[in-house]
Design a protein around this ligand. Structure first.
Ligand SMILES: Nc1ncnc2c1ncn2[C@@H]1O[C@H](COP(=O)(O)OP(=O)(O)OP(=O)(O)O)[C@@H](O)[C@H]1O
Length: 747
């Protein structure tokens, strides 16, 4: 977690187990720690202790999960009197550093670009088209996901044996090979390359591995439960020689399987390092007892874990409320008015968070928060960098640093419009390809391209001269903000935005970009344009969180990893949402969703509100929902949620009269109720718990729908005329259908 105020290292601030971990000296150590047990504190204090006891700062390499966590860790360690020199970064930043340093051995040029999602998509589309494969059979997202899986498993196109007879995979491997060729041509790496190429470098080059394990003699890794195979390999190879590997993690908070994380890395740590010691941190300094009990009741349903009990170290009673609403509009307005009351009675907006499974759920919430005039922020960092004007500016910077970057060239050569048409650009690209030179080199030799006439040729020359001027300026200054100002003024972007009445706040966004570059200039140890581009390429949603924004935070459950708040609202506890529909087919995926919910619950210190709705707008359609099976597991469906007076259940219905306000009509219970007195409408999503009576459909029935085709019933919620039948159709989609309109026939 990110603590906002660092303290000087005082041993009395550590529990005996924390202290044992901090003072552990040589060898392998697994610190298994529940949420809120002080993992971050332990790592920071251990760095200080290692230095106090003789280790050189540059012999320590600490790896965090997000850039923000790395920044915070650096500040904390500095606050405890440690000077610069310790390597504290994410895996990706560490890999960039290694690859730039050992470019020759890794076969990459020092000034490589790091491609964003959007650039990767363009590249994979190009690969599919170059191979003349049908684009419909290889959609970019799916194809990239397959390539990413290979890379995370450290499989290059060459190392993959072709899947004889498997049409799809043999084609995917060919696309992977072509995609990789295109990246090379552009002197670009994607995110997964950073890890894969580093893992390969460490594996294949004895000299580099020796040098780096001599340099990083103490390896500390946070959030080890979320490492993928490539990260696992890097850690093993770096620590193989000295064996000083200190990993901290919680298998119950492993939530990145979809990105290649492998929970087995932590579960099998003691097998990988047979002499490893293990320390468990059981005390939770964050959440009050009721919240922890709830989290515990949920997570015991997972099989892939190392059992542990969460013990609350803080006193006081938590408020836990389960809310059921008719629809998402009512859910949002009720949460907004609840937050309004909290803030009016003195709560700090920084200490309030609303968490949801998918980004699209923020829209309705935003409307309600605006209506109540509540300051809020959506924690979604990458969105800013995907705006058109920002991407244009970044493309200029990328081309300054990496003239081989064909995508950057194609993006800006005629942005803003300067009369260089597509045909001219294509001819430059062809010239570059036939002469095996970079696109920028080809553009520099435009006069030699006979197919380009004098008019367009002159315009290309002007563009090249302008870019050369930018490159020269970048070589003379280390200030990224100054280079940005120059590009903004002289590229014509500023003028074109001023002249565009529909430009909205594009120029404000560019101001914000330049401001953030100034901050970078001030804070970076050695600011360079290359380093700046790397830092924004590796920016993630979680990095956008500002603990002192003065706003209520809205974010996905994933982005909330490592954070903590006094008041937490978790919305959308519905089947298909949480657990997400994509995860309902395998037990492993379901366990991951459960961990995600567990992680969300354990973000709360004092107050936790969990809600679901009877109807939710999904892809523009108001759909009937089924309560999440997780609610049953924590006892929220039956009122079995423990004996505490502080757990309450409420059902909110919409207003009836035309002009009545939604808020006035809720019949929630202000006084906390015990389980017995619970006024909640009883329901259950677990059919096995309900005495079976004759129902028109049951789990496993094969059915036919006139529009969606054949499918299998996965659930049936018996509510008389409002019964809902859930069907997984053979097309892969799952739907919850209101029985009376479902038009299903049994097959
Ligand atoms: N020994 C301690 N005494 C009192 N408070 C502590 C102690 N150790 C940690 N804390 C506090 O507990 C809270 C959680 O600590 P931290 O964020 O380091 O936990 P974490 O294990 O990283 O959490 P998570 O895995 O859930 O993100 C912080 O507010 C921290 O200041």
């Amino acid at each position: 977690m990110i603590e906002t105020h660092s303290r000087t290292f005082d041993p009395s601030l550590l529990t005996p187990s924390q202290s044992e971990a901090v003072n552990f000296r040589d060898g392998a150590l697994l610190v298994l720690a529940g949420p809120g047990s002080g993992k971050t504190r332990v790592i920071a204090c251990r760095i200080v202790r290692l230095i106090e006891t003789g280790a050189a700062p540059w012999h320590i390499c600490a790896i965090t999960f997000t850039n923000k966590a790395a920044e915070e860790m650096r500040k904390r360690v500095a606050g405890m009197g440690v000077g610069p020199g310790t390597q504290i970064s994410t895996f990706h930043s560490l890999c960039v550093r290694i690859l730039r340093r050992y470019g020759d051995a890794a076969n990459v040029k020092e000034n490589f670009s790091i491609y964003s999602d959007d650039e990767q998509r363009k590249c994979v589309k190009q690969a599919v088209s170059n191979l003349d494969y049908p684009s419909g059979s290889f959609p970019p997202a799916k194809t990239l996901a397959a390539i990413s899986r290979f890379k995370n498993a450290v499989e290059t196109p060459e190392s993959l044996t072709e899947f004889e007879g498997d049409y799809y995979y043999s084609k995917i491997i060919k696309i992977y090979k072509e995609y990789q060729r295109l990246l090379d041509e552009n002197n670009a790496l994607d995110f997964d390359d950073l890890l894969m190429k580093t893992a390969l470098l460490l594996k294949n080059s004895d000299h580099v591995r020796e040098e780096l394990s001599g340099r990083y003699r103490y390896l500390l890794i946070d959030e080890y439960q979320d490492t993928n195979h490539a990260q696992y390999q890097i850690a093993r190879l770096l620590a193989k020689k000295h064996g000083n590997i200190f990993v901290v993690g919680d298998p119950d908070q492993s939530i990145y399987k979809w990105r290649g994380a492998d929970i087995k890395n932590i579960l099998q740590f003691e097998k990988d390092w047979p002499n490893a010691s293990r320390i468990d941190l059981q005390e939770n300094f964050r959440s009050r007892r009721e919240i922890l009990e709830l989290a515990d009741r949920l997570i015991v349903n997972n099989k892939q874990r190392k059992p542990k009990k969460l013990v609350a170290a803080v006193s006081g009673e938590a408020e836990v409320v389960f809310d059921r609403y008719e629809d998402s509009r009512l859910e949002s307005s009720s949460i907004a008015s609840d937050i309004k009351k909290l803030i009016t009675s003195g709560a700090d907006p920084n200490e309030i968070a609303i968490l949801y499974r998918v980004n699209s759920m923020s829209r309705t919430l935003e409307e309600s928060l605006v209506r109540e005039k509540i300051p809020y922020r959506i924690v979604r960092g990458v969105e800013f960098y995907s705006r058109k004007e920002i991407r244009d500016m970044i493309a200029y910077l990328k081309l300054i640093v990496n003239p081989d970057d064909g995508q950057a060239f194609a993006r800006i050569v005629n942005t803003p419009t300067r009369g260089i048409g597509k045909t001219t650009v294509n001819r430059i690209i062809e010239f570059a390809q036939s002469g095996r030179i970079s696109i920028f080199d080809a553009a520099s030799r435009v006069s030699s391209i006979s197919t380009i006439g004098p008019g367009p040729s002159g315009k290309v020359r002007t563009f090249v001269e302008m870019m050369r001027k930018f490159q020269k300026a970048a070589a003379e200054t280390n200030s990224v903000a100054d280079i940005m100002e120059l590009v903004y003024d002289e590229s014509g972007i500023e003028k074109s935005l001023e002249a565009d009445p529909e430009g909205g706040n594009a120029s404000d966004n560019i101001d914000e970009l330049i401001n953030s570059a100034s901050l970078y200039d001030e804070n970076a140890e050695e600011p360079t344009l290359l380093d700046y581009l790397q830092s924004i390429a590796l920016y993630s949603d979680s990095d956008a969180y500002d603990p002192e924004s003065g706003c209520v935070s809205l974010m996905t459950l994933h982005a909330a990893k490592g954070l903590e708040f006094d008041n937490v609202y978790i919305i959308g506890l519905e089947q298909g949402m949480l657990p997400h529909e994509r995860s309902m087919e395998s037990e492993d995926d379901l366990e991951e969703e459960r961990r995600l919910f567990f992680m969300g619950i354990t973000r709360a210190r004092h107050r936790l509100h969990i809600s679901h709705t009877d109807y939710r707008m999904l892809r523009g359609i108001q759909s009937r929902t089924i309560p999440s099976s997780f609610l049953g597991e924590i006892g929220a469906d039956t009122g079995r949620s423990g004996s505490s007076e502080s757990v309450s259940f409420r059902f909110m219905s919409p207003p009836t009269g035309r002009n009545s306000s939604a808020r006035g009509q809720s019949y929630g219970y202000s006084k906390p109720q015990t389980a017995k007195k619970s006024p909640v409408k009883k329901y259950t999503s677990d059919l096995s718990a309900v005495p079976q009576k004759d129902t028109p459909f049951k789990k496993g029935d094969k059915v036919l729908h006139p529009k969606f085709g054949f499918g299998v019933v996965t659930d049936f919620m018996d509510s008389g005329e409002n019964s809902i039948v859930s069907v997984r159709f053979n097309t892969g989609s799952s739907k919850n259908l209101l029985l009376k309109y479902a038009k299903l026939t049994k097959k």
